[in-house]
Design a protein around this ligand. Structure first.
Ligand SMILES: Cc1cc2nc3c(=O)[nH]c(=O)nc-3n(C[C@H](O)[C@H](O)[C@H](O)COP(=O)(O)OP(=O)(O)OC[C@H]3O[C@@H](n4cnc5c(N)ncnc54)[C@H](O)[C@@H]3O)c2cc1C
Length: 278
């Protein structure tokens, strides 16, 4: 690992100013679970690490008056797992509690996973799947982006050099009636090869009004597929496979295509089966 200077700002504004002052050599560090590995392998060699550890505003969960759930970017998986969340929003706790292992969950953060933009990670899939909004602070001020616009490519986000992700905002409870997440991994501590999210909203009389399917892992960024709200798992799986364009006939691609098909069929059938329960 190359030498670096460790900086410990106490506010987001201070952190942004440090990123700006040290330019391209400066990197934010949250839990370090991805960044430190990349530094050890010399894939990156920042001159300055701007730690989020002392910025208390960036960790924790609050609910806005409309029911939107604001999750600070530096909230760890362990804290998410312990949170008691209402309705479908509790899927966030379940997803956080079922990834990696305890040491990674104790340090890794939701914001770090989104900013790493690794297609195998669960939080990018979940955030796009429920149509979360990401709040960003930078030298030019604050802005917000839907998660699918934040994730630009594998390993690349819409963040500018002097910007920090401050919060992940899950929409209010009435946005969805049911949210189902499924992933496939070889071993329990492996990251996913493919994952799928189904978010379903019904009209008042129980008729599906909106079915949003998100496929991740098999594509560089999570892909949203909107299908006929009444589609069953098999029909939705066909639409999803066509949308993610896994066209090549090589074995690895055929394997991924099969995984996507199976995961989408499962999440959609499970969502329909839940019939109003969350
Ligand atoms: C052994 C192991 C197993 C794992 N298994 C899984 C798994 O099963 N599923 C899964 O989803 N993930 C898995 N992961 C990945 C894990 O989710 C990520 O490493 C972790 O969430 C990254 O968060 P962090 O806080 O440690 O980020 P860091 O490593 O600190 O940062 C990651 C990147 O994001 C940037 N960054 C961090 N926070 C911010 C911010 N707020 N604003 C701007 N930039 C920021 C950093 O500059 C860096 O580029 C695994 C990791 C390990 C080491």
């Amino acid at each position: 690992m190359r030498p670096f200077t460790w900086l410990t700002p106490e506010t987001t504004e201070e952190a942004v100013a440090l990123l700006r002052a040290h330019g391209e050599g400066a990197r934010v560090i949250a839990g370090g679970q991805t960044l430190l590995l990349a530094m050890k392998e010399r894939l990156v060699g920042p001159s300055h690490l701007v730690s989020l550890a002392r910025i208390t505003d960036l960790a924790g969960i609050t609910t806005e008056p409309d029911g939107a759930l604001v999750v600070g970017a530096a909230t760890t998986y362990a804290a998410l797992t312990r949170a008691e969340l209402p309705g479908w929003q509790r899927r966030l706790s379940e997803v956080a509690g079922d990834l990696a292992d305890r040491p990674v969950r104790n340090r890794g953060t939701i914001g770090g996973a989104l900013c790493a933009a690794d297609p195998r990670f669960d939080m990018p899939a979940f955030a796009v799947g429920v149509d979360a909004e990401l709040r960003i602070s930078g030298a030019a001020g604050e802005r917000a982006l839907p998660a699918h616009e934040f994730l630009v490519d594998a390993g690349r986000t819409a963040l500018g050099q002097d910007e920090i992700l401050t919060a992940v905002v899950l929409p209010p409870l009435p946005t969805w009636d049911v949210v189902v997440f499924e992933k496939f991994r070889h071993r329990v501590f492996d990251a996913a090869i493919a994952s799928a999210v189904c978010a379903l909203r019904r009209e008042d009389h129980g008729v599906p009004a909106s079915l949003r399917i998100t496929v991740a892992g098999a594509t560089p960024t999570p892909t949203v597929v909107l299908v006929d709200a009444a589609a069953d798992g098999a029909a939705a799986a066909e639409s999803a496979v066509a949308a993610v364009r896994l066209d090549s006939s090589d074995e690895a691609t055929r394997y991924r295509r099969e995984l996507v098909h199976t995961l989408v069929r499962r999440v959609v059938d499970r969502a329909h089966a839940q019939q109003g329960s969350v």
